[in-house]
Design a protein around this ligand. Structure first.
Ligand code: WT7
Length: 651
């Protein structure tokens, strides 16, 4: 793992200059779901007991025998307990007054919409689960889901959990090759997709991508295809089946399988600091406990709330805070298929107004985009239903925080900046809006029962250093699919029995946490995790490329943008055409989210005498800074020439 020095992607000076504090209003405190000041101390006294109390809010078929079994780095939560996630998200609500409450409010990009009550969702999930079971899908199987943001996506996920199959949802923006790699790694034999989905006025050809992904994946025996766009697709006979035909005549009820608390719930692939994505393992009881409790307290969920998380379900945010947390809590969760600028830049605010959204959870990159577009778009709409705002995915700069609070929240809505990761399963560092005094730019404090700390290189608590988690938490990853060594090496080898997050952080005089971005070779592009090595492998895969070094450089809107320094093979011309071709090549190999903004051709790359590429220097070049320490370089002249070349190209 890269041992880069902690480096702020957000200039820390700007963060720490922001001295404004926002205590919760009296009115908010009064009706807040969690407003007991003693909760932190209570949880600290016995964090296992604290999480047990949260777990008791779920429905268990059989109670657990032991709350926590901790054999670092492996934790088991609620050992011996039996439950089912879909039962908790559906059955227990349809048995009570929530039966006809809107579970899912869905809006398609073209403007079509659907509202599914808990009863509707229950029926759809039962039917699809019965069809999967009839088809021979068994407990423990991994089902790959590659779908647009339509109701059938959560229906498919919940149906899997109902019968004890694990899902592996792949973001619709990933390329066929990325899909193939993930299907292969998870050894899925069944894929659920759609003909396509709508995006920014066009369509994304998901079935075509799936066909391409499956060339060279003979293990897949069945492809279920939902009709969404109606575009013509090829159906391979014996393998492909339309969703409607698949569920035809399937039973109306499919009992929820009692699952062991530690049974596999899902895999979700994310980028690490090597070229190969890792399948993060999440299990059942602890995960559901974590997402349900955090969702309720952090978003201050009340019965009349309309909650909207704008993420894509292809990312962990969508798993935990569009689907599982909200549905387990019996909430109304909004889901939108498309982009914020279609047909116009006011789309998000139209949705807030149309459905009376009260809680909105989005990403800093989106907020910065809205800032750039200007206030006129939110001003067109009535946003007075909003009462709480959330942010996730990357550090939020104080300026964006204050804009969000003022322009979107009308100065009346607390903003909860929530820190977590795919690996953590649920939010770990966050305000509780009825208790915490907010500081723009800070994720504030660990959730009760969570033991986060900032350590220096030697493992001593420090004001600035590496963010770690010292005690297990219920939603924590249980491993990396098929790669236990990587699990240990990646997260548990920097400090003994302590989880290393890969993030740098600072703490201020009040103990508040200020996140500084990744300290490893992982970039955060518009809140999406991309590994430098993945992009490098995609580049060297191109016939003209000899070598590539990729860095994330600061970007006003995206947080980080991808810059690639490329050495071409001899005889190849580093032309503007090749530049475009290489950008396209990366998008084709990984997905558009990994397309580099800049390609800089360079005869040589700055390397240490042992051959390691000095990314720090490349970052200095790309961000236009004075060059840092170059004494360890094999050939210091290389960076000087690169720097002048880069400046020339930018000008
Ligand atoms: C990385 C995890 C977890 C949901 C989305 C991203 C960064 C996430 C924050 C925040 C500062 C944040 C971290 C983290 N991050 N939320 N509120 N403040 N940084 O999930 O793709 O697993 O990425 O996102 O660097 O390690 P992910």
């Amino acid at each position: 793992m890269a041992q880069a020095k902690v480096k702020a992607d957000v200039p820390i000076e700007a963060l720490l200059k922001e001295k404004r504090k926002f205590p919760p209003s009296k009115a908010f405190v009064k009706s807040a779901v969690m407003n007991r000041k003693t909760i932190y101390a209570e949880a600290q006294r016995n964090y296992v007991k604290f999480w047990e109390q949260r777990a008791r809010e779920l429905h268990w078929f059989k109670p657990w025998k032991k709350a926590l079994e901790w054999r670092p780095p492996y934790a088991k939560w609620f050992v011996g307990g039996k439950l089912n996630v879909s039962y908790n998200c559906l059955d227990r609500h349809v048995e009570g007054p929530r039966k006809t409450r809107a579970a899912l409010i869905w809006e398609g990009e073209p403007g079509d919409s659907r509202v599914l009550t808990y009863w509707d969702l229950y029926r759809e999930v039962n039917r699809f689960a019965a069809a999967l079971k009839r088809h021979g899908v068994r407990k423990g199987d991994r089902v790959t889901i590659y779908m647009p943001m339509v109701p059938e996506l959560p229906i498919a996920m919940l149906a899997c959990t109902r019968i004890g199959a694990a899902h592996s949802v792949i973001f619709g923006g990933f390329s066929p090759e990325a899909v193939r790699e993930r299907i292969h790694d998870a050894e899925s034999t069944l894929v659920i997709t759609a003909d396509g989905g709508y995006r920014r006025g066009g369509t994304v050809p998901l079935k075509k991508n799936t066909d391409e992904a499956l060339r060279g994946a003979p293990g897949v025996k069945t492809v279920i295809v939902l009709k969404r766009t109606g575009e013509p697709v090829e159906m391979q006979s014996g393998r492909d089946i339309w969703w409607d035909d698949f569920v035809k005549d399937a039973g109306a009820r499919c009992p929820a399988e009692p699952m062991d608390s530690e049974d596999l719930l899902y895999l979700l692939y994310t980028s690490g600091s090597t070229g190969k994505p890792k399948g993060i393992i999440h299990t059942t009881g602890g995960y559901l406990t974590g997402v349900t409790a955090t969702h309720k307290w952090i978003f201050d969920l009340h019965d009349d709330d309309v909650y909207w998380c704008t993420a894509d379900i292809g990312w962990v945010t969508g798993h935990s805070y569009i689907v599982y947390g909200p549905l387990a809590n019996g909430a109304t969760t909004v889901m939108y298929e498309g982009t914020p600028d279609y047909p116009d830049k006011d789309r998000f605010w139209r949705i807030v107004e149309k459905y009376g959204v009260t809680i909105c959870y989005t990403a800093p990159t989106a907020i910065r985009t809205f800032m750039k577009w200007g206030e006129e778009y939110p001003k067109r709409c009535d946003l007075s239903s909003l009462r709480l705002l959330g942010s996730v995915g990357e550090p939020i700069n104080p300026e964006a925080w204050v804009w969000y609070w003022k322009v979107i929240g009308g100065g009346r809505c607390p903003v909860v900046d929530t820190w977590w990761q795919t690996e953590t399963g649920h939010i770990l560092i966050t305000p509780l809006p009825g208790l915490t005094t907010l500081k723009p730019g800070s994720a504030t404090l660990p959730f009760p029962g969570v033991d986060a700390e900032v350590l220096d290189e030697k493992g001593n608590p420090a004001k600035s250093g590496y963010l770690v988690l010292r005690k297990p938490w219920p939603g924590m990853l249980r491993g990396i699919w098929g790669d236990p060594d990587r699990f240990v090496k990646q997260y548990w080898s920097k400090y003994d029995n302590i989880y290393f997050t890969g993030d740098g952080a600072k703490r201020d005089e009040d103990g508040y946490f200020w996140l500084l971005g990744r300290v490893d070779d992982v970039m955060n592009v518009s809140g999406h995790r991309v590994s430098t090595m993945e992009v490098e492998s995609a580049l060297v895969d191109h016939k003209s490329v000899a070598e590539a070094a990729v860095i994330g450089k600061m970007h006003d809107i995206k947080g980080q943008a991808i810059a690639a320094f490329v050495t071409v093979k001899s005889g190849v011309d580093g032309s503007p055409q090749l530049m475009d071709e290489l950008k396209g090549h990366v998008a084709k190999k990984i997905g558009a989210l990994a397309r580099p903004d800049d390609i800089i051709f360079s005869a040589e790359l700055p390397k240490t005498r042992s051959g390691k590429i000095m990314r720090r220097l490349l970052r200095d070049i790309a961000e236009g800074r004075a060059l840092g320490d170059t004494t360890t370089l094999a050939d210091p002249a290389v960076v000087a020439s690169l720097k002048s070349k880069y400046e020339e190209q930018e000008a």
